[in-house]
Ligand binder design. Structure first.
Ligand SMILES: [Zn+2]
Length: 169
């Protein structure tokens, strides 16, 4: 009788295992796949933004925070593709515009055309700087400086947490 119960429970275990691992996979992939944000479903208030961003992203994009230098995911990122707004997915930079600035944050020497980045005077912390934000969602990206080493002379200094990345096909 005991061995029958053991065999029966083993049988049930074998039956349920594949089902478990399958549901695991499904929930994982749906968590990774972020719903594409368009003009129509753009979050309308800070509560909605909190629901779609991680707490770290929220701090940078919505509260104009700055990630610690040297820590960002995209600092040494070399893959070919397009850098997007971490908030709404708007395409902002290509990998060809990225350069090593040694300043501790991902840096770009120009932006994708079409006015996708807005520049705003920023007098915080006793400095005169130019803040850069996404023109669609208003998300804080970083700052722009005119000390770039390439022919554009510009350095878009951007938080990794403000960015997403679409790998080139
Ligand atoms: Zn955006």
């Amino acid at each position: 009788m005991t061995s029958y119960v053991v065999r029966l429970s083993l049988f049930i275990l074998v039956l349920t295992l594949p089902a478990c691992s399958h549901s695991q996979q499904t929930s994982n992939s749906s968590a990774v796949m972020k719903e594409e944000i368009t003009d129509e479903n753009l979050p309308k208030n800070e509560n909605e933004w909190r629901a779609v961003l991680t707490p770290d992203q929220y701090k940078i994009l919505r509260e104009k925070g700055t990630e610690r230098p040297g820590t960002g995911e995209f600092l040494f990122h070399k893959e070919k593709g397009i850098y997007t707004c971490g908030g709404c997915g708007l395409e902002l930079f290509t990998s060809d515009m990225k350069f090593d600035s040694h300043c501790g944050w991902p840096s770009f020497d120009k932006e994708i055309e079409g006015g996708k980045i807005k520049k705003i005077a920023d007098y915080s912390y006793g400095m005169i700087r130019t803040e850069i934000v996404c023109s669609r969602c208003g998300g804080h990206l970083g700052h722009i400086f005119d000390d770039g080493p390439t022919e554009t002379g510009m350095r878009y200094c951007v938080n990794s947490l403000s960015l997403g990345f679409k790998k080139a096909e």
